[in-house]
Write a protein that binds this ligand. Structure first.
Ligand code: SAM
Length: 254
C-alpha cells in the first residue's frame, strides 16, 4: 500500500513519520551517502561553517537523528577551545529527536568515536514541545528535520523560546529550485531514482517515497523566512545550496 501522503491528516503525520524513521534508522547513514552522492556531508560542513559554534557554548540539535550535525558541532567547538585561552568550561551538544531508534544509532556512533559522555546528551521528544527552559540555549540547528514536523510554526516558536537573547537558529532543509532545467533533473532524481534506490538498498520504497513527497510540501525559501520572522526571529536570511535543492535559513533571537 502507498502512504497516500497527500491525503494524510495532520494528526496522523507524527505516527507516519515515526514509522518511517524507525524503519530506516539502521540504514539511515548509508542511505544518506548513497542518495545524495555524498553531498550531504558537504552541506553539513557548510552548516557548521555558517554556525561557527562558540567555544564553551550549549548547542541544541533538534531532529538530530544519528548525530551527524551534532558530531560536527562538537568537533568545531573542541578545535576552537584548544586554540582559545580564556574559555571557561567545555561546550556541549544536546541531540534531540522524536525517534528512539535514531538516537540509539547515534549513541552507538558516539561511543565508537570515543566521545566523552559529558559532551553529549541524547534526549527523546517532539520539536514542538522542547523540554528546555526559556533563554537556555546558545544555538539551535535543525537539519533535514523541519519538513517532518507537523506544525512548523510551533517548532519555530519553541526554538525562539529556548534560545538565549543573541542566540542563533539555523535550519537546513531540502527546498525549492527555480531553474527549470535543474528542476527537471531534480524531478527525475526524486521521483524515479530515490524510490528505486530505497527499494534496492533498504528494501523500502515507501519510506523514501514519503521523504520525496514531504520535500514538495515544504514552504518555499521566502515563505519559511516569513514564518521565522513571525516566530520573533530577527536578521532572517537564507542561502541556497545547489540552486535551492537545499537551503540554509538563519535567524537570531535579539
Ligand atoms: N538531522 C539529521 C541529519 O541531518 O542527518 C537527521 C535528519 S532525518 C532526515 C529527520 C529526523 O527528524 C529523524 O531522525 C526523525 O526522527 C526526526 N523527527 C521527525 N519529526 C520530529 C519531531 N516532531 N521532533 C523531533 N524530531 C523529529
Amino acid at each position: 500500500t502507498s502512504f497516500g501522503y497527500k491525503e494524510v491528516k495532520v494528526e496522523e503525520k507524527e505516527t507516519l513519520v515515526g514509522e518511517v524513521f524507525k524503519r530506516v534508522a539502521g540504514s539511515y547513514d548509508i542511505m544518506n551517502d548513497v542518495m545524495s552522492g555524498g553531498l550531504h556531508r558537504l552541506w553539513k560542513d557548510r552548516l557548521i561553517e555558517v554556525l561557527r559554534p562558540a567555544p564553551g557554548s550549549l548547542h541544541l540539535d533538534v531532529a538530530g537523528g544519528t548525530g551527524d550535525v551534532a558530531f560536527r558541532v562538537l568537533e568545531s567547538m573542541r578545535l576552537q577551545e584548544k586554540s582559545c585561552l580564556n574559555v571557561s568550561g567545555k561546550g556541549s551538544v544536546i541531540v534531540f529527536d522524536i525517534n528512539a531508534a535514531m538516537l540509539d544509532e547515534g549513541r552507538k556512533r558516539a561511543s565508537a568515536r570515543g566521545i566523552a559522555q559529558d559532551s553529549m546528551q541524547w534526549i527523546e521528544g517532539n520539536a514542538e514541545r522542547l523540554p528546555f527552559d526559556d533563554n537556555s540555549i546558545d544555538s539551535y540547528t535543525i537539519s533535514f528535520g523541519l519538513r517532518n514536523c507537523t506544525h512548523i510554526d510551533v517548532v519555530l516558536r519553541d526554538a525562539y523560546r529556548v534560545l538565549k537573547p543573541g542566540g542563533r537558529f539555523l535550519c537546513m532543509e531540502f527546498s525549492h529550485v527555480h531553474d527549470p532545467f535543474l528542476q527537471q533533473l531534480y524531478d527525475i532524481h526524486s521521483f524515479h531514482i530515490i524510490p528505486a534506490m530505497g527499494q534496492a538498498i533498504a528494501g523500502d520504497r515507501e519510506s523514501y517515497q514519503y521523504l520525496v513527497e514531504s520535500i514538495r510540501k515544504f514552504p518555499t525559501q521566502e515563505k519559511l523566512s516569513q514564518m521565522m520572522a513571525s516566530a520573533g526571529m530577527r536578521n532572517v536570511s537564507y542561502e541556497n545550496l545547489v540552486g535551492g535543492v537545499v537551503a540554509i535559513h538563519s535567524g537570531f533571537k535579539l
